[in-house]
Design a protein around this ligand. Structure first.
Ligand SMILES: C[S@@+](CC[C@H](N)C(=O)[O-])C[C@H]1O[C@@H](n2cnc3c(N)ncnc32)[C@H](O)[C@@H]1O
Length: 234
């Protein structure tokens, strides 16, 4: 068995164990905690601000995957002060909003269909003094990438964007286009299907990928990636 495949099989087994462990014993407080993700308005506290996110659970809801990434950013894992950040597949915009509250200039992106909803969450949650720090733009992965300059961003963030196999190549192309050797990428995800590991394998062919955080309560991983330099390749 090739080492790469062996590693994936082992990780899947570990994840399966974690899932099973998370199912028992039943904990009522966990169920109550999860209920807030099904409401049309979800409230959070990050960077000393209350954030109220409008959501439509069936279409664009705030999932724990985004909350774990926000918590990681709030912990100061990456210095965001004055940094330029782009969020991919932003959905409700929670991660981008928190990055702006933590001092970053943020370009929050998603497909055209999601932008109106995204704009309204940003307007409702960013103090007017910070609104100028956020730009909302359409970015459909793999399309019109020339609208985004590769040297414009210090950090690329994405939560729960590794889930549609048909978008994997476009997403990878987008990450490659947007990043220079020094650009950091933070992706939070819950590994739901074996194919999700396939994306990480594709990512590892072009980027150095490290798991920097795992939250056992929500089964959410955060991976940090950075473009492999020519020197590393030689
Ligand atoms: C599961 S949601 C995650 C939303 C948000 N990041 C979160 O964690 O709450 C996936 C997001 O990716 C976006 N998306 C899916 N396919 C896309 C594509 N081809 N290009 C850009 N965004 C895409 C969706 O519109 C959606 O907002």
């Amino acid at each position: 068995m090739q080492p790469e495949i062996h590693e994936i099989t082992r990780k899947q087994r570990t994840w399966q164990n974690r899932k099973e462990m998370a199912l028992i014993p039943y904990d009522a407080t966990v169920a109550q905690g999860l209920q807030k993700f099904h409401q049309s308005l979800a409230s959070f506290s990050f960077a000393s601000h209350s954030i109220h996110i409008k959501q439509n659970w069936k279409q664009l809801g705030v999932a724990a995957v985004a909350v774990v990434l926000c918590t990681y950013l709030e912990m100061g894992a990456v210095n965001l002060q004055g940094r330029s950040v782009i969020e991919l597949g932003a959905g409700t915009g929670l991660v981008g909003i928190v990055a702006a509250l933590l001092g970053a200039h943020v370009t929050i992106t998603d497909r055209q269909v999601a932008l109106e909803f995204l704009e309204s969450n940003i307007q409702a949650n960013l103090p007017t003094t910070l609104q100028h720090k956020v730009v909302v733009k359409e970015l459909t992965w793999g399309h019109n990438l020339g609208n985004f300059s590769p040297d414009a961003f210090d950090l690329i963030v994405g939560s729960d964007i590794i889930y549609l196999e048909e978008t994997f190549l476009d997403l990878l192309q987008t990450l490659e286009h947007l990043s220079l050797e020094q650009t950091l990428i933070l992706l939070s995800c819950r590994i739901r299907y074996a194919r999700d590991w396939d994306f990480l394998k594709m990512l590892k062919a072009r980027f150095t990928v490290v798991e920097v955080h795992y939250d056992p309560n929500t089964d959410v991983h955060i991976f940090q990636a950075q473009k492999i330099t020519l020197k590393e390749e030689l």
